[in-house]
Design a protein around this ligand. Structure first.
Ligand SMILES: Nc1nc2c([nH]c(=O)n2[C@H]2C[C@H](O)[C@@H](COP(=O)(O)OP(=O)(O)OP(=O)(O)O)O2)c(=O)[nH]1
Length: 142
């Protein structure tokens, strides 16, 4: 399957400061059972008729109860995106919370702000590991 044939997932690398980020928000999945306990970037699938950016704002509102300001897209190696599973490709934006306090409302049972040296302290979903490494190398400052 090429990146183009996979289902598009959009997600946010939520950081404390868009200009000089020092911490990243990780979310622990509570479902489905095969993903429960693993950590990910909050987000979800793009619905028909939605743009990716609209879908991202909707997902962050539903999942965390927050409004966000988007920064740059974290461009990936797979036609500009990130293949995360054999059926999904993800586009990811750096983002900052502008309204509300992130809560694990649905799909997640814990949130954690990770500083640069703590990024690998949680078990990320397999497809996310190289994305976190990319952020550690480029986006997050010490
Ligand atoms: N949201 C999100 N999904 C990820 C990440 N990494 C990763 O492999 N995935 C996978 C898990 C799922 O198989 C798929 C996204 O599905 P989802 O369950 O989050 O999407 P959704 O909220 O729209 O779900 P649904 O309406 O179909 O129930 O992508 C990630 O960092 N964030």
């Amino acid at each position: 399957m090429t990146a183009m044939e996979r289902k598009l997932v959009v997600a946010a690398a939520l950081v404390d400061d868009l200009g000089a980020p020092t911490a990243l928000l990780a979310a622990r999945r509570s479902r489905p059972a095969e993903l429960a306990g693993m950590w990910e970037f909050p987000g979800g699938k793009v619905d028909p008729g939605e743009t990716p950016v609209e879908a991202l704002h909707r997902e962050l509102s539903e999942e965390l109860g927050v409004e966000v300001e988007l920064g740059d897209e974290v461009v990936g190696p797979d036609d500009g995106a990130w293949v995360i599973t054999d059926r999904h490709v993800m586009r990811l934006w750096v983002a900052r919370v502008t309204g509300g306090e992130p809560q694990p409302l649905v799909e997640h049972d814990e949130l954690r702000w990770l500083r640069r040296g703590e990024l690998m302290d949680v078990p990320w979903l397999t497809g996310d590991v190289r994305i976190v490494e990319h952020l550690r190398a480029g986006v997050l400052a010490d």
